[in-house]
Design a protein. Sequence first.
Length: 137
Amino acid sequence: MGVAKNVMKMVAGADHIGELQAWDLDSGKKVWTTNLPSFNWGPVLATGGGLLFAGGTNDRKFRAFDAKTGQILWEFPTGSGVAAVPVSFQVDDKQFIAVQSGWGVDPAKMQSRMNLIFPGEYPDVPQGGAIWVFAVN
């Protein structure tokens, strides 16, 4: 994230801050990159059906990505930021994805630092604590 000794700066020529990447572990090569609207503070869940689920951005959205291309297939605005690990579970024959929406101390502090570089560009994310559950179609 560009943080060293309490100093944050943008790399010259950078056109974005956050991204999600996929790497081929056999070849060691990057397969794709999807740029995100802010730094990415969340983990990713990969499903056997070729979907990735992740939050982690300060726009409060939880997203589904195509695991082969990185294309955003779906997104949902939650009440707070998503920094928690998404989980998958099944009830009867239906798959569900659950995730907690609640921006924590570390992402909030990092966002404050971002606002020193880009005043007003990254609005404060409200604290939260809700569990969101989504059915996979």
